[in-house]
Write a protein that binds this ligand. Structure first.
Ligand SMILES: Cc1cc2nc3c(=O)[nH]c(=O)nc-3n(C[C@H](O)[C@H](O)[C@H](O)COP(=O)(O)OP(=O)(O)OC[C@H]3O[C@@H](n4cnc5c(N)ncnc54)[C@H](O)[C@@H]3O)c2cc1C
Length: 395
């Protein structure tokens, strides 16, 4: 701080900075943000009805946005983990939670395990075209009878010579209708507990893969959600992703990156709703004054801003630790839990501040609430996050 004036007059208009981001991240943010506002946001309404077209993934591949932190030798940009945070934050400007989720499943759920655990052959077959946007990925953990209770999954993969035969079902699978391949969690040894799981990369056009049903949802309408069946699906042993018997640990690793990215999306979604509602509160008048000038409304903004900022700081600080080689599972769980709750609470308050308009589709605020509500369930529920955090203290 240099001039006396700086300490006399606080600046509330300056662009927020954070030490994890460099000028390169700022440029990336500008470029993704401009693309999202120009090419995606105008279609938000339409894609609520139709789901977003696959051409979005192709276009993002052409622009180099799908492999931001992937190595250049696979067609990625060779950036760091923070680039993925930037993508998640900027995707919120599409005003389409479903679209942001569909893209995140491709880039931050299914892609990282292929990169980390995949063989060179698998990377050439799936990672390279996925980064180009020519192949779409999905991830299958949840089943009709087991979601939080991953140990209770039943989909079986049984060895038969040089092949595995897969039987079972998966549900709530994002991108399940459009995907070319699924990173599938199976049980190869039902008696081995956590050491009995194995991942496979299963082409979605393999005989026996059935896309049973397009599931209807409360929100995230721009994404497609599938119920899938696997009936005697044969894959070669080379389709195994990572080590046999290590699937549970592989997927737990994957979930950490995914949760943090989800948390960043929640913060950005909450910020977007806040900004839109602030503009509304400045325009809308009641009893002869702007509604934002009522103390009760002003305090709602103060509470929301404080909550959003606390979640943002948790996400960035935890991302910094993750980026620097730590594996901060407790703090990732805290960030995921807190950011999801903040997003839902903020969206709810924003509806309230809009009054009747908040309940109308036209303003898009009710959609933020419906979309954000998923975050307290998907990728690990609030209750499971509390379990992870509580147990980390030896309780
Ligand atoms: C729109 C959408 C998209 C999704 N996309 C995908 C995807 O792409 N891939 C995928 O694999 N999955 C996906 N999911 C699944 C999601 O991750 C699961 O729904 C979630 O993990 C919860 O599992 P469940 O639905 O089986 O709930 P359950 O596990 O049946 O939980 C029901 C309730 O019991 C509570 N509960 C369960 N166990 C405990 C416990 N030990 N202690 C305290 N409370 C507990 C839960 O917190 C919850 O409140 C998606 C879900 C939705 C809704």
């Amino acid at each position: 701080m240099s001039a006396t004036a700086d300490v006399l007059k606080p600046d509330f208009t300056g662009k927020p900075q954070h030490f994890i981001f460099t000028e390169e991240h700022d440029r990336l943010r500008e470029s993704i943000g401009a693309f999202v506002e120009k090419e995606l946001a105008p279609h938000a309404e339409e894609w609520e009805e139709t789901t977003f077209p696959d051409s979005v993934i192709q276009r993002m591949g052409e622009l180099g946005f799908l492999g931001l932190s992937m190595p250049e030798k696979y067609g990625g940009q060779g950036g760091d983990y923070y680039c993925n945070l930037v993508l998640a934050e900027e995707m919120a400007k599409s005003h389409s939670g479903g679209l942001a989720m569909g893209v995140a499943v491709h880039t931050d759920m299914a892609m990282p395990p292929i990169h980390l655990f995949g063989s060179e052959e698998q990377k050439q077959e799936w990672l390279v075209p996925a980064i180009k946007g020519e192949k779409i990925l999905c991830l299958g953990i949840t089943e009709p009878d087991a979601g939080s209770d991953v140990a209770g999954l039943k989909t079986r993969a049984v060895r038969d010579g040089d092949e595995f035969v897969i039987n079972g079902s998966k549900t709530y699978i994002t991108n399940g209708h459009r995907a070319d391949v699924i990173a599938l969690v199976t049980k190869t040894d039902p008696d081995a507990g956590y050491d009995g799981f194995t991942l496979f990369l299963v082409p979605m056009d393999a005989p026996g893969v059935i896309r049973e049903k397009r599931l209807e949802k409360l929100g995230m309408h721009a994404s497609d959600t599938a119920l899938l069946a696997f009936q005697d699906v044969r894959v070669p042993a080379s389709a195994m992703l990572g080590e046999e018997g290590k699937g549970f640990y592989h997927i737990m690793w994957e979930l950490q990156g995914e949760r943090l990215i989800g948390a960043a999306g929640c913060v950005a979604g909450a910020q977007g709703a806040f900004d839109q509602t602030l503009a509304y509160a400045r325009e809308r008048t009641a009893f002869g004054r702007q509604i934002g000038k009522f103390q009760v409304i002003r305090h709602k903004f103060a509470e929301m801003a404080t909550q959003i900022e606390s979640a943002r700081q948790m996400v960035y600080t935890t991302a910094w630790r993750f980026h620097n080689g730590e594996y901060p599972v407790r703090e990732i769980s805290m960030a995921k839990l807190h950011a999801a709750r903040v997003a839902v609470d903020v969206a709810d308050e924003c509806i309230q501040i809009h009054g009747g308009a908040g309940y109308m589709k036209e303003y898009g605020i009710e959609r933020v609430w419906r979309d954000m509500r998923l975050n307290r369930i998907g990728a690990g529920t609030d209750e499971i996050m509390l379990e992870v955090i509580g147990r980390s203290y030896g309780l």
